[in-house]
Design a protein around this ligand. Structure first.
Ligand code: ADP
Length: 492
């Protein structure tokens, strides 16, 4: 055990590290729709290396059943009450890469999509909340810290503290991690009462009411012992009205319990030295392979085979959050005045997809819009591009910029959330920095910075330095895991 942890534990009059149960709607590689799954999948492995036993409890989604059915072990089952309904809860156990994952089985709620949307989704996760709380005392593991993630599991602390009085669940410590504050789980209070039997007195601004709705995430912010989010900058930003989506009041009130821990990436999966999805390997000192990847990307995507032209890429969900309004505003200006290529891999809002498809027609051989989701192609895009554009309106953490840096693709980002915490802007006077950034959510500001980056591309020495520093940055999960371990100990 690290000495620091031993000292912290000593102050609390104990010797052992706390056991942790992560509660999450998704967990990679079993079920994944976004970065949340990666964090929940990777964090327990990294914590284990520090001596912290962390296990996961997650729904037994259809996608998991289809693939892992033969590997799970049935532990026990019971019936629980979801309002007036009696529902089956099966607890299955799966051990993956040394991490124990408890799967909550119920065919009525988890037999198709991970998120059903609207009311059906609320029912799915109200059920999950109840099932988790009822299952905890019967697991073959006694957690002290319950680590909830996002609105889907944010009601766990409130239900534990208000409906399990005198039971072991009431006395556990609860951490809530906000991965994206834009999703809060809002509904009419009648629905919450119907599903989770919440008493009327909790439907006030002091507890779970916000702007005339019951709000799951707000309930989590009120009742969790500590709240954290996925970067220090985002932790500060969500205390302001621009970013908080209405939760700035409660987050300011709980500022002393709010912190930010940046996520990491899986350095084994994203490794240009050994990646099986790219045609040539490379590392910091030997970049020949990167040039091969660029040529392969250009060929595969129908871009002109011009090694000397800078290639700017995006791999992203195509939504407002990711700054597509800025891209659509100045793409033509950029493409018609700069000698560059542009590669997009993404899916999302139809208006942005259509805009990019049309742009591909206008700039044949210079711009490729691959509308789709492809993990394999994404690796080639990271490896084969020179710059990685990520002009997000808000970005709780962002993994793509870290992956890009690991592959020597220089990020061009807006200074927000995790982008601000991971990308150090290039300083032409001191030669420091590993990327480019702009402050305001403004298309012309973005364009000016893209132009600066493209000018730098012409200078081999500057580019070499940028690539060197970008690839050198350590975005592994080990540092995040240490901070989480500290946070868990503080909570005891
Ligand atoms: P968010 O979770 O908000 O979408 P992140 O940057 O945290 O953004 O994580 C996005 C992850 O999803 C990255 O690993 C990125 O490579 C991947 N990704 C996004 N869109 C695609 C796509 N169309 N094809 C393949 N991978 C994608």
């Amino acid at each position: 055990m690290k000495r620091e942890f031993r000292d912290m534990l000593k102050e609390r009059g104990r010797e052992e590290l706390p056991q942790v149960l992560l509660v999450s709607a998704e967990c990679a590689p079993l079920s994944k729709t976004g970065g949340l799954a990666d964090v929940v999948g990777t964090l327990p492995k990294a914590l284990k290396k520090l001596g912290v036993e962390a296990r996961v409890i997650t729904p037994y989604h259809r996608v998991i059943k289809d693939k892992y059915f033969g590997q799970t072990e049935h532990m026990f089952y019971f019936y629980t009450e979801l309002g007036w309904r009696r529902e089956y809860v099966g607890i299955e156990k799966l051990i993956l890469d040394g991490v124990t994952i408890y799967l909550v089985d119920n065919e009525r709620f988890f037999n198709d999509r991970i998120y059903r949307g609207d009311r059906a989704e609320l029912e799915q996760y109200a059920f999950f909340t109840r099932a988790v709380l009822d299952a905890i005392p019967n697991l073959d593991f006694v957690p002290e810290v319950i680590h909830c993630n996002d609105w889907h599991t944010a009601m766990v602390p409130m239900i534990a503290r208000t409906q399990y009085r005198g039971c072991m669940q009431e006395g556990l410590r609860y951490l809530l991690t906000i991965h994206n504050i834009a999703y809060q789980g809002k509904c009419g209070f009648a629905q919450v009462q119907d599903l989770l039997s919440v008493e009327d007195k909790y439907y006030t601004p002091e507890f779970m009411e916000l702007h005339g709705c019951a709000n799951f995430l707000k309930a989590g912010c009120v009742f969790a012992d500590r709240i954290n989010t996925v970067s220090p900058s985002y932790a500060r930003e969500i205390m302001t009205p621009y970013y908080a989506e209405g939760l700035d009041g409660i987050l300011n009130a709980r500022a002393a319990q709010l912190s930010g821990i940046i996520n990491g990436i899986d350095k084994a999966v994203f490794n240009p030295h050994s990646d099986k999805s790219i045609p040539a390997h490379y590392d910091r000192g030997h970049l020949r392979g990167k040039a091969v990847c660029k040529a392969a990307l250009q060929e595969r995507m129908g871009l002109a085979q011009r090694p000397e032209v800078p290639l700017v890429a995006m791999v992203t969900r195509m939504t407002e959050q990711k700054g597509f309004d800025l891209v659509t505003a100045v793409l033509d200006e950029m493409m018609s005045h700069e000698d560059m290529q542009f590669m997009l891999l993404g899916t999302g809002d139809a208006r942005f997809e259509n805009f990019m498809r049309e742009a591909e027609g206008r700039y044949k051989g210079r711009l490729c819009a691959y509308i789709g989701y492809s993990e394999e192609l994404s690796h080639l895009v990271y490896a084969g591009s020179d710059f990685f554009l990520m002009p997000s309106r808000f970005e709780p953490c962002g993994l793509s910029q870290m992956i890009a840096m690991r592959y020597g693709s220089i990020p061009i980002v807006r200074e927000t959330g995790g982008l601000r915490d991971t990308v150090i802007p290039y300083n032409q006077f001191t030669g420091e920095g590993n990327g480019f950034s702009f402050a305001n959510f403004d298309a012309w500001e973005m364009l000016a910075v893209v132009r600066t980056a493209l000018r730098c591309y012409g200078n081999k020495e500057i580019m070499q330095g940028l690539i060197n520093r970008a690839m050198q940055a350590d975005f592994g999960f080990a540092l995040s895991a240490q901070e989480y371990a500290r946070l868990y100990i503080w909570m005891l």
